[in-house]
Design a protein around this ligand. Structure first.
Ligand code: PXP
Length: 241
């Protein structure tokens, strides 16, 4: 059954919106773990829009499950990751103007840079994952870069405007997961997953982990964080609510 990684970036988004000290992402991580989160995910962006450097350092000290740090290929961020040593690092593409991560990493285009980053992080003892679109050539390049984990980008599936497009995107994800596993990769997925679209992704054969943030933090406004995480954990396990 897939595990649930809870992305707490948007607790920090709320804090940064007012330049306050609350809500504290470290406290959020503690609550998520007590509600059954299997890992805590955060993204240290180059523009420091939400999570800040001291958050990552504090999370490293307090997270009892696994800390998965999302990061770009920027040297300064890679160096921070190697110093802080999260359990896992997920390399994602990053653009200043984007509202959120818009697509998978173009591993083919940035192959040498990706290989160097994977090598640097692995040498520091960090498990490395690449966030990729559900495309064979990107998945094969990810394997060749030396990682053993990929996270499939579910954004197109999540934002599909019609049932038929959603079905097509789901088929691509299933095929990508099957192919990735056939070449020895562990498969996770995430981006845009909600309380209404997570189940089909959780039920993809061999799916190991779902990383979900925005919908959980949003739901927490109405139900509290504990229930929001518990309910999503049930869905991530492939069980209906
Ligand atoms: N996985 C990755 C690699 C991401 O970049 C993000 C967004 O930070 C997520 C999962 C979570 O996406 P969402 O907030 O839409 O659930």
């Amino acid at each position: 059954m897939p595990k649930l990684g809870v992305n707490i970036d948007h607790v920090a988004t709320l804090r940064q919106a007012r330049g306050e000290r609350y809500p504290d992402p470290v406290e959020a991580a503690r609550i998520c773990e007590s509600a059954g989160a299997d890992s805590i995910v955060c993204h240290l962006r180059e523009d420091r829009r939400h999570i800040q450097d001291p958050d990552v350092a504090a999370l490293r000290k307090t997270v009892a499950t696994r800390l998965n740090l999302e990061l770009s290929l920027a040297k300064s961020i890679l160096d921070i990751a190697c110093r802080i040593k999260p359990d896992e690092a997920t390399i994602v593409p990053e653009r200043r103007q984007e509202l959120t991560t818009e697509g998978g990493l173009d591993v083919l285009k940035y192959f040498s840079k990706t290989c160097r980053a994977v090598e640097q992080l692995s040498t520091a003892g960090i498990d490395v994952s690449l966030f990729v679109d559900p495309q064979r050539n990107q998945i094969l390049a990810a394997r060749q870069s030396g990682v053993s984990i990929i996270e499939l980008h579910t954004g197109k599936y999540a934002t599909a405007r019609s049932r038929s497009i959603r079905q097509r995107e789901l088929s691509k994800l299933k095929e990508a997961a099957r192919y990735a596993q056939s070449i020895g990769l562990t498969v996770a997925a995430g981006h845009g997953l909600t309380y209404t679209n997570t189940l089909p992704i959780a039920r993809i054969p061999g799916m190991k982990e779902l990383n979900i943030g925005h919908s959980i933090i949003s739901q927490a406004v109405f139900t509290g964080l504990k229930k929001a995480v518990r309910d999503m954990r049930t869905l991530a396990r492939g069980l209906a609510l």
